[in-house]
Design a protein around this ligand. Structure first.
Ligand code: NAD
Ligand code: ZN
Length: 230
């Protein structure tokens, strides 16, 4: 850890579970008998925008009430400790920003941001998360949608390129709370490993990341991360 100069951290839903934000596949992942994987899609939004909108309002409320946990705080401290640092998160809950991270890429977007599908008007409610997500655009009356990369949608190419470029020269990559069911974190870690980085996996379970990790620390991130820093 101390020998590393360039550190990347990749996080998934698991890091926020101790803050009370449910993962999609763990307990609490079901909402009114719908699976998250069936709601976070462009098809679901086209079919029933109100249903998807209601689900996002419910999730936004959970994220707004949640507080960063000791694992988020540890990741924020790592950004201060390492000159060369990048956090790549799949999480949309905004908790890393609230913990104090600035050098971060939210590759799946942010639940407090939305945009109009007709005129592209953007709305950022990150600073006032308690305000409800509007379904109609204030500018043109078109339909607003969360600024989130849904299942079946593409990533922002510039963001992904930035992540791959950083990982090429990283010495150490810490992957926290990601199953690899969405494969991008595994590709990112693999790319870094091939370029010479050590991979540290932190997860109470085995995952697709474990297979390519040099070390797997088994347990909840909120317990392990502060110990790792100490
Ligand atoms: P995921 O695929 O990233 O899986 C969650 C992983 O976290 C699992 O491997 C699980 O073993 C692990 N985990 C559970 N508790 C943990 C803990 N205390 N410490 C460390 N690891 C722990 O996530 P998913 O729930 O299958 O969701 C897939 C995608 O959906 C994510 O990539 C994300 O974009 C989105 N999502 C985001 C949030 C959020 O923003 N908080 C929540 C749910 C889903
Ligand atoms: Zn509009």
């Amino acid at each position: 850890m101390h020998a590393a100069h360039s550190l990347a951290v990749i996080t998934g839903a698991g890091i926020s579970s101790e803050s009370g934000v449910p993962t999609f596949r763990g307990p609490g992942g079901l909402w009114k008998n719908h699976r998250a994987q069936d709601l976070a899609t462009p098809e679901a939004f086209a079919r029933n925008p109100q249903l998807v909108h209601d689900w996002y309002c419910w999730r936004r409320e959970i994220c707004a009430k949640a507080r960063p946990n000791p694992a988020h705080e540890a990741v924020a401290r790592l950004e201060k400790d390492y000159k060369e640092f990048l956090l790549i998160t799949q999480n949309v809950d905004g908790l890393h920003r609230r913990a104090g991270n600035h050098k971060l890429i939210e590759i799946h977007g942010n639940i407090f941001k939305s945009y109009c599908t007709a005129c592209q008007h953007h709305l950022d409610q990150n600073a006032s998360p308690a305000i409800a997500l509007p379904l109609d655009c204030s500018q043109c009356g078109g339909r607003m949608r969360p600024d989130i990369v849904w299942f079946g949608e593409g990533y922002n190419a510039a963001q992904v390129e930035m992540a791959f470029t950083f990982l090429k020269s990283a010495d150490l990559v810490i992957v926290i709370g990601t199953s690899g069911m969405v494969p991008m974190p595994v590709y990112l870690a693999q790319h870094a490993a091939e370029a010479g980085a050590r991979i540290l996996d932190i997860n109470p379970d085995f995952s697709a990341v474990t297979k390519i990790a040099d070390l797997h620390l088994i347990g909840p991130a909120g317990l392990i991360m502060p110990k790792l820093l100490a």
